[in-house]
Design a protein around this ligand. Structure first.
Ligand SMILES: [Fe+2]
Ligand SMILES: [Fe+2]
Length: 370
């Protein structure tokens, strides 16, 4: 049985690599692996044809919230921030520093991924509803990415976002896949940030960096971004039935599994906050699954013993794969191929587990009450 405590730092270093200078940090942000956040592009003409009339009342309420912009002054550092960084950062162990940098770089990359996608959609559509939404969401994500980048600059590891935009490769997803994946990643983003915020609210001695003080108001932006995709999908109910239910199931599992494996490469980070990676991830799954009932008619059973066993197995296979990569040569290549095939089978087992069915609520919008 693998748990966070059983992962020694060698494994972690194999999985996350080491960042020593700005070139390493930028290279890490550009690199695409199975676990790293990606950049996306889509079919802009299809985006232009979306029609939100069926959810007009809820849509207009949401747009007023975006216009109100209650976080317009939030992403500025206060006087205490620099002082906390100055006092706390030298206390991090080298291993912990690497995990925290990995966390900052992957968070920045995923915030910036949203910023680019929303901004590209904004530029390519004339549909006023979609254009307005994308303008607001790109605004928020650009603040989020910029705020994380300031914290990387404290380490002299700032990411050149213009360069990243030009050099990282883009994955094409048709709009419905963008909706499933982005809805989930926004809601998971909310669940991750609020779970950390609540934990550190109860245990302020474990708040090892001031950025976590910003997470409460920050995560409400992510929550609202998720609401926007929920409304778009509910306005197009064909996206939520028939063969698309199989796609929804696929995306829920892919997003959950990726997060689980990635978080288990950072055991020290969670330990420093007083979490165990596994418990943290199940709390995030639980919140996300609760929220996703607003839009997805199917739900994976996160408490099924096979679900849990498969998640653990994926972490083990990821470590075995990283070790094989390090070994190199023909045996390393064989090892990597074998572990990759095994991971596909484990994912297949997850996919075949029974799902729970949900009746979708008449009122689509939810409040961020976690
Ligand atoms: Fe964000
Ligand atoms: Fe977001």
């Amino acid at each position: 049985m693998t748990n966070a405590a059983a992962l020694d730092f060698d494994h972690v270093e194999l999985l996350i690599g080491a960042v020593e200078n700005a070139a390493d940090a930028n290279a890490k942000a550009v690199r695409n692996t199975v676990l790293s956040p990606r950049f996306y592009t889509t079919d802009f003409d299809a985006m232009d044809k979306l029609n939100v009339e069926p959810v007009r009342a809820e849509w207009d309420t949401m747009m007023k919230e975006y216009e109100g912009d209650n976080n317009h002054d939030h992403f500025q550092r206060d006087a205490a921030f620099a002082e906390e960084v100055r006092v706390l950062m030298p206390q991090l162990s080298p291993e912990m520093r690497q995990e925290f940098l990995d966390f900052l770089i992957s968070s920045l990359t995923s915030e910036f991924s949203g910023c680019i996608l929303y901004n590209e959609i904004r530029k390519h559509v004339t549909n006023p509803d979609i254009k307005q939404l994308m303008t607001f969401m790109a605004r928020d994500e650009s603040r989020h990415a910029g705020f994380i980048n300031q914290s990387l600059r404290d380490f002299d590891l700032g990411i050149d976002l213009g360069q990243l935009k030009r050099t990282k490769s883009y994955t094409f997803f048709q709009p419905k896949f963008i909706f499933y994946a982005t809805y989930l990643s926004e809601k998971i983003g909310y669940a991750r940030y609020i779970t950390i915020y609540r934990q550190l609210e109860k245990n302020p001695d474990k708040r090892f960096h001031p950025i976590f003080r910003w997470f409460e108001r920050w995560c409400n932006d992510e929550f609202r971004h998720g609401e926007s995709f929920a409304l778009i999908m509910r306005a197009h109910p064909e996206l939520l039935r028939g063969v698309n239910l199989l796609w929804i199931r696929f995306f829920i599992l892919a997003v959950y599994a990726t997060m689980y494996v990635r978080d288990h490469t950072r055991p020290l980070l969670h330990e420093a906050m007083g979490f165990e990676s596994t418990d943290y991830d199940y709390e995030v799954f639980r919140i996300t699954s609760d929220i996703a009932r607003q839009v997805f008619p199917v739900e994976v059973d996160i408490d099924h013993p096979t679900f849990r066993a498969c998640m653990t197995r994926l972490v083990e296979l990821s470590i075995a794969n990283a070790k094989a990569k390090e070994r190199g040569g023909i045996f390393g290549a064989i090892g990597r191929a074998v572990t990759a095939v095994q991971a596909v089978f484990v994912f297949g087992r997850l996919y075949l587990l029974p799902v729970k069915k949900n009746e979708l609520p008449a009122d689509i919008r939810m409040q961020p009450t976690w």
